[in-house]
Design a protein around this ligand. Structure first.
Ligand code: AMP
Ligand code: MG
Length: 504
């Protein structure tokens, strides 16, 4: 029995500056490639997320030190890190690709936060791996900044998401349509398990690998499922519930993921892989931003259906693990798919009720919500401003004109508002109470595309002030921040961003 020396433990705590506690690296070697990040020429830290570092139990000052920055750039391997690139497959735009994997990312390892939660720490843009195919393994600075801003905004909005711990410029150029400055993002996630990770093993008919992966996912994300009569079915149910809730949350804030492939669908139920994502300005259900999404497969209104499609792919992978005969297992899997639809609808309605200041549930709420959205689409109303202005209106701190002016057809808004007011009168609340409840779910500040693009353009020229300021404003999306009111405004016609690029 080894004797524990308190002093030795304390010393180990200090020398292991990032207290890695790795579990994925203990899975069989076919789950990943052990590979170190490729060093970059001249790393410079442009953002460090102090609050996140502290929540993870990491010392922000250490991460900002030359040694810390070297780790965040991939130029130095931290003690305790067991770097690896994860294997996964995926359906990209509906087409199955049996091998994708981390082609430009390396998992440094996991840490246990003081909260007891386990998190992956991953570098993105850290050089080639066995999974790079024809890619260079690098990331341009633009997409690094976009992911940093949008993922942190999502966290502040209260949505499940991966986080951004740091961004570094590499001092190297990457070749895209043109030469661009390179960057490395340090991403934090509950895990990087994807629907595509399951597809990787299923495609190889590696049932043992599949079972190990499912057991790992259960112990890491769905521990209650281990106690269920059929743990793998319970895992599937758990993922279905989280993904239904997640996509309902996206719909409520006007978020369009942009590349909702199965490899970009997290088993933990977090928003992951921010590429050509966007928040809508003017509402339209068919809105698409991604330059590569020519058919609009991942348009705003298609997201719930696509998420269910992705979930069905997971169900197919898990089928051999479900208990009972194949037909019975298939029926159970289909029942779970059905729960996605009901869970999504319940979350969607509950969320939009809150956005409209409704406290009780009525049968005609769905029609009221749908009617507003239809009129917003027709009238070109800004999604975020409409709901925020309604929140002010309900509190008596704004007039009808502030909402009406957002619609090209003012009478169309008036007709809806008449019904809304009648509905509100059926559940009297004080204006203050109603307005406060609405403002807590209707953000004032979102990462508007033109602001994100401006922050990227400045950072590419070495100016990070806009990036910093945007992060600061978006950290408190529901609060009135009068000094930053300009960040509420939709783009001027000449500022409008109509396309986003994944920049890979
Ligand atoms: P994404 O579009 O980011 O979801 O990536 C899809 C796949 O392409 C993943 O397997 C990535 O690792 C890979 N990939 C994307 N960009 C690069 C790159 N620059 N170098 C190598 N692999 C990449
Ligand atoms: Mg991806």
């Amino acid at each position: 029995m080894p004797v524990s020396h308190p002093q030795a433990v304390a010393e180990a705590g200090i020398s292991g500056r990032i207290p890695f506690d790795n579990t994925y690296a203990a899975l069989p070697e076919r789950f990943f490639q052990r590979v170190e990040p490729t060093p970059v020429a001249a790393p410079r830290l442009i953002a460090l997320n102090d609050a996140l570092a502290e929540a993870l139990g990491l010392d922000p000052e250490f991460l900002k030190s030359p040694e810390g920055v070297a780790i965040l750039a991939g130029n130095r391997i931290a003690e305790g890190s067991a770097p690896l690139a994860q294997a996964y497959a995926g359906h990209q735009f509906g087409n199955f690709v049996p091998q994708l994997g981390d082609g430009r990312a390396v998992l440094l390892g996991e840490v246990l936060a003081p909260s007891g939660e386990r998190f992956d720490i991953q570098l993105k843009g850290s050089g080639p791996t066995r999974f790079s195919r024809r890619g260079d393994g690098r990331a341009a600075l633009g997409p690094v900044i976009r992911e940093y801003i949008v993922s942190e905004a999502m966290a502040a909005l209260g949505l499940p998401t991966t986080r951004s711990l740091a961004a570094v410029t590499s001092g190297e150029q990457v070749v895209r349509e043109r030469m661009l400055p390179g960057g490395v993002l340090t991403r934090v996630a509950s895990s990087h398990l994807r629907v595509g990770t399951f597809e990787y093993f299923a495609a190889r008919e590696d049932i043992e690998g599949l079972r190990l992966l499912a057991d790992y996912a259960i112990s890491r994300h769905y521990p209650d499922a281990a106690e269920a009569a059929d743990p793998y079915l319970a895992l599937f149910e758990g993922v279905a519930a989280r993904l239904a809730d997640l996509v309902a949350r996206w719909m409520q804030i006007g978020f369009i993921h942009g590349v909702l492939n199965t490899d970009n669908t997290s088993i933990a139920g977090e928003t992951i892989d921010y590429g050509p994502c966007a928040f809508m300005d003017a509402y339209h259900p068919r809105k698409v931003f991604s330059s590569i999404d020519r058919q609009g497969r991942y348009a705003y209104q298609n997201q719930p259906g696509i998420m269910k499609w992705n979930l069905a792919r997971l169900g197919e992978c898990l089928l051999p693990l479900f208990s009972g005969e194949r037909d019975a297992a298939l029926a159970k899997a289909n029942d779970v798919l059905g729960t996605f639809g009901t869970g999504y609808k319940a979350a969607y309605l509950a969320g939009f009720r809150r956005k409209l200041g409704l406290f009780d549930a009525h049968a005609d709420d769905e029609a009221l919500i749908g009617d507003l959205l239809a009129r917003m689409a027709e009238g070109g109303a800004d999604f975020t401003l409409t709901f925020r202005a309604l929140s002010e209106l309900a509190g008596g701190t704004a007039t009808d004109d502030s909402v009406r002016d957002l619609f090209s057809d003012k009478a169309s808004y008036d007709a809806w508002a008449f019904v809304w007011r009648e509905r509100l009168s059926r559940e009297p609340r004080t204006p203050q109470e109603r307005s406060a409840a609405m403002k807590a779910v209707n953000p004032k500040y979102i990462p508007r595309n033109h602001r994100v693009e401006a922050a990227i353009a400045a950072a590419e020229l070495g100016q990070c002030d806009l990036f910093d300021e945007l992060n600061r404003v978006l950290a408190r999306p529901y609060d009135d921040q009068p000094a930053f009111d300009r960040y509420c405004a939709p783009p001027q016609p000449e500022e409008e961003v109509t396309q986003t690029f994944c920049g890979t």
